[in-house]
Design a protein. Structure first.
Lengths: 221, 477
């Protein structure tokens, strides 16, 4: 359908600039606008980022616990225990999660999720204080299916990676070495729908519960 | 130009009348009223910068539209670098052919679909079904509407016209054969049943089709914004991923995206951000372990490039939030189906004549009180009510208005340009109306205006025109 491409672009060009051809300088200008892109006006956000992040996450029906670097396994198991869910989980890759020593009775699997898996544990690439959002970058060792199929999603967030605004997360994404991320997922609370009588019901297609384990820079649990 | 779902056989007036008499619809619309409006107002109150961010959002879209050809090329280049394919479609038929061919090539049987208004515009589901494919809508509202054999009546709340009781019956009718023999009546149970039924679809679908809220030239990604997560399951589980979008969806950078996202969710549902905002760029990488092997984007023109050159260009800024219909007294009274095509409410009344033909949608721009609320709430500041007025001018220019109406307007214009004669003629009706309504203070009925006076009284005019009174006062001095 290359003729469709040509015709569409020509129709746009004719509407915009008549018969004048686009110059290569013009394209360079637009490329530069992208490469040198800076945030537009952002909402003012004062105060402690971590506190703001937690408040916003609670506001969208999420839960969280703050722990030290040694406290991840305990926090995850305690959370599952409180829900009466057996300690069987899909675990994704990440700098913090790769270091976690799991007790023997915990069943840890590292594979794609299927529709009967009940718990997935992921590590966030970043957190956004502005909206209580976590940024996940699915890829090798971090399947997208973990983020949507299980009923419970537990997400580990490195406190040092909580940024102020959404645009600050893009700065981190842009700084990644190698091939750009295929998928960038912003997750803000559990799955929900308002399609029945405009009333919110949680657990539509994705996780019913989203629990954050926020890891602070201290050695204890 | 195809106009999937247009039913030109029933005039708008009849559809609107039927909608007003439909008790169930009125019950559903009454429930919906206010909710969206209140939530948006609360979200705005929490963001003092909202209006300034709206200006920034408008400026981004205007910048893109002025350079649309170039941004599309930059975006296309990036998708190709990512290993994806970009397809261009001039018309909805062309788009449906492209997508059908991709599905055939993939040997597909089952297609999972995320909510996409542009796919409704294409009549995509019908086209794929005609090609022998099974298509399942996965957004809960869209799924309900699909089971009912209907089309969405709102661009972000497709089943807003359905009551819970109707949904219970629909599920019972369609799910009993799947082993769900009990009627589900509670909201939670209804959502759970849909969750379980649709899970099978996500797992087994060969192709996943979604729309795109935005296409980011910086990364070559399509962005989908949802609360349910169905769009993501549709995108990441099937072997072939297809995103469909109008050509105006492209934006330059991730920073531009953030600004647009800040106004989108707040205007739509009053949320700061939806539960899921995901960017998909190209097919799975070598070591990914899962994800689609093929990634396609289908870009649809269907009349959009023609809108760029004229007065309607601002309409291409639209980010499909639905705020205009949520605030429209006409939409809230008659619901979305009365509009007769894919896009309802004020944005639909502007778009439908442009995309399906002026002569096919003559009533829509006139089904507007020009109260201007749509224009006031639009996150990208589209002057919707002005564009509706522009449509009325266009109808007059094209001779689409009634012959009697045109004759009367011409007669009035002739008269109004002759002040002496005008005042001479106006003395009679003013005096008459004054005499008739003097006692009651208002007129209950006027000749030729029964429709107007049917539900309200006409204030009694002063017996003399302003100018006559002025002259009298001057003389007395």
């Amino acid at each position: 359908m290359s003729s469709a491409r040509k015709e569409t672009l020509e129709a746009i060009r004719t509407a915009l600039v008549g018969s004048e051809p686009r110059t290569s300088e013009h394209l360079q200008e637009l490329k530069a606008r992208i490469q040198e892109s800076v945030p537009h006006l952002q909402p003012q956000l004062d105060g402690d980022l971590l506190t703001h992040f937690c408040e916003k996450h609670i506001a969208v029906h999420g839960t969280y616990e703050r722990v030290g670097r040694a406290g991840v396994a305990t926090a995850v198991l305690h959370h599952l225990d409180s829900l009466g869910i057996p300690p069987e989980l899909l675990v994704g890759a990440g700098p913090i999660l790769d270091q976690v020593q799991w007790p023997e009775q915990v069943v840890v699997e590292r594979r794609s999720a299927n529709k009967d898996d009940s718990v997935a544990l992921s590590e966030a690439f970043a957190g956004i204080a502005e909206s209580g959002t976590v940024v996940l970058l699915p890829g090798a060792g971090r399947p997208s299916s973990h983020n949507f199929l299980p009923e419970d999603h537990i997400i580990v967030v490195d406190c040092a990676r909580i940024v102020r605004h959404q645009e600050d997360a893009w700065t981190l994404v842009r700084a990644l070495p190698g091939q750009a991320a295929r998928t960038i997922q912003l997750i803000t609370g559990p799955s929900k729908t308002g399609d029945i009588e405009q009333a919110i019901q949680y657990g539509a297609h994705g996780p019913r519960r989203v629990h954050l384990v926020i890891v602070e820079d201290r050695d204890d649990a | 130009m195809s106009a999937a779902g247009v039913n030109p056989t029933i005039p708008f007036r009849d559809r609107a009348r039927r909608a007003l008499q439909d008790q169930t619809l009125q019950q559903a619309m009454n429930k919906a009223q206010g909710g969206f409006v209140d939530k948006r107002r609360e979200a705005m109150a929490q963001l003092p910068e909202f209006d300034d961010i709206r200006d920034a959002a408008r400026d981004i879209k205007d910048h893109v539209l002025s350079n649309l050809d170039s941004y599309l090329e930059l975006y296309e280049q990036k998708v190709q670098e990512n290993g994806g394919q970009v397809h261009w479609a001039r018309t909805t038929e062309e788009a449906c052919q492209i997508i059908t061919a991709i599905c055939r090539e993939a040997g597909a049987e089952l297609v999972a679909k995320g909510k996409s208004m542009v796919s409704e515009e294409m009549g995509l589901t019908g086209a794929l079904e005609a090609a022998g494919l099974k298509v399942v809508e996965t957004d809960l509202g869209e799924y309900i509407v699909q089971l009912a054999g209907e089309t969405p009546s709102h661009i972000i709340a497709p089943a807003v016209h359905k009551t819970r009781e109707q949904i219970t019956e629909l599920f019972h009718k369609h799910h009993a054969k799947l082993g769900y023999s009990e009627r589900v009546t509670e909201r939670e149970a209804i959502v759970n049943e849909a969750r379980n039924v649709l899970r099978e679809v996500f797992i087994t679908a060969d192709v996943g089709i979604t729309g795109a809220n935005f296409l980011v030239a910086e990364t070559g990604a399509n962005v989908i914004v949802t609360n349910e997560g169905n769009g993501d399951l549709t995108s990441c589980l099937p072997r072939v991923q297809i995103a469909v979008a109008g050509i105006e969806r492209v934006i330059p950078s991730l920073d531009d995206l953030s600004t647009l996202l800040r106004v989108l969710a707040r205007s739509a549902t009053g949320q700061e951000i939806t539960a899921y905002t995901t960017m998909y760029a190209g097919p799975r990488h070598k070591d990914d372990g899962e994800g689609p092997a093929e990634y396609h984007v289908v870009l649809l023109d269907n009349g959009r490039s023609a809108m760029l050159g004229g007065a309607y260009r601002p309409m291409l800024r639209c980010i499909r939030c639905g705020a205009c219909m949520n605030h429209c007294p006409v939409y809230l009274a008659i619901g979305g189906h009365a509009y007769g095509w894919v896009y309802p409410g004020p944005m639909g009344s502007v778009l439908t004549p442009l995309l399906t033909g002026f002569e096919r949608a003559v009533d829509l721009p006139n089904a507007c009180t020009l109260n201007g609320r749509c224009k006031a709430v639009c996150p990208v500041r589209i002057p919707l009510s002005d564009l509706l007025l522009e449509h009325r001018f266009e109808q007059h220019r094209r001779g689409l208005t009634s012959a009697v109406g045109r004759l009367l307007i011409r007669a009035w214009a002739w008269l109004a340009r002759r002040p002496r004669l005008y005042h001479g003629v106006m003395v009679i009706p003013l005096w008459l109306m004054h005499r008739l309504g003097r006692k009651a203070g208002a007129l209950r009925w006027l000749p030729l205006a029964g429709g107007w006076t049917g539900s309200r009284d006409f204030p009694v005019p002063a017996g003399q025109s302003f100018q006559a009174q002025w002259r009298a006062t001057q003389k007395r001095r």
